[in-house]
Ligand binder design. Sequence first.
Ligand SMILES: [Zn+2]
Length: 234
Amino acid sequence: MSREKLADHAKRIEGLLAILLPQPVDVVLNNNRSTMVSHGKKAGRLVVRLHRMFAHAGVDEVKSLAGFMSGGNPSDARKIDRFIASHKHEIKRGASSRRKRPVCAKGKHHDLCGNLDRVVERYFGGIGEVEIGWGRETKKGGSRRSRSRSRVLAKYSYEDRTISVNPVLDSDKVPGYVLDWIVYHEMLHHVLPVEKTGERRRFHTRSFKALERAFDRYEEAVEWEKANLEWLLK
Ligand SMILES: [Zn+2]
């Protein structure tokens, strides 16, 4: 299933859940192999993470999900279990087709796992649930605005819970703390909700920017980016 289709289904399920549940809902369809359904509250919103097999969930299953999440009756949980059991084949297939991406990328100069572990340990209570790897090399789009800058250097995929880092950063000229900073920024995407106003989505919200400043060497890191972005993306 294409990314667009998956996003459409996530929206559809989100819409149904929004009718069935009292609070605003965000739905993420992921490729998690061990947890098929999880939910938690973030900033007054209910964040529901479902395995992408739920793209096939009909109204009935979504109703069961809503019942299950509002602590309802055990028959809802059983219905969901049955649904998962009958879509089990999708777990393996989805996982193996995505295994091409390195889970823990050791570069020539930087081991991203080290950066991720350090950042998660220091700022996120040791709980990451995120994968990291070197992505595709991107050189274009070196805009001076911090927003597009960070997008070029690394990306967070909500769908796969994966941070991919631009390989241009795998250089001995890039200090380790700068990679920590970049990973930190992407981790904020992982933990903070996306703000929606109608069709608009805001990723770098006010609280996002405030939390960026909690990074130990924030000013230094931002300065470094400003001073070095040009040659990095040349
Ligand atoms: Zn960002």
